[in-house]
Design a binder for this molecule. Sequence first.
Ligand code: SF4
Length: 165
Amino acid sequence: MKDIPECELRGKRIAHDRSGEHTEYFCMAADGALLASSENDLTRMKKICGSCPLPNVLAHDPKACLYLRPIRFLEENKTYFACRTFYKLLLGNEPQDMDFCHACPYWFPRPPLELIRGHAEDTHMIRLSIISPPERSLFSTPVKHLPRKTLFRRMAEWFSRQHTT
Ligand code: SF4
């Protein structure tokens, strides 16, 4: 597709309506939101995907991680680099860049998407937590304002509690 970046999170499905069968494209980072409802008009998809940082990050950032769950809000053109392991700690403060992953001691190489179990379910849950963050999270200070050392110390404490209880 000319001028549209390749993306592992773009899906394709066959849909049916009164005019018959047609191909739709959807975004898995946006919980299946529609990008284009016909192969004959990809204008909207070109605009949305063309301004999305994820194709480049997923294909070229060596720190794209097994636990990374990219989240997109198409209308707002917002992208979150959420972590499957830590999103419950960061509720409402998901990272909006890859700095978090670059500094994480729990990084693990990202396999092909089809080998990552529960990716769609995680994406759905994390999107909900961004849309409606709970009133209280473990970190009352927004993550971007926490010194990195403090952040990782708290994450490590939480992580070890999960594995000792
Ligand atoms: S919006 Fe971004 S993540 Fe979604 S399909 Fe397009 S390029 Fe991929």
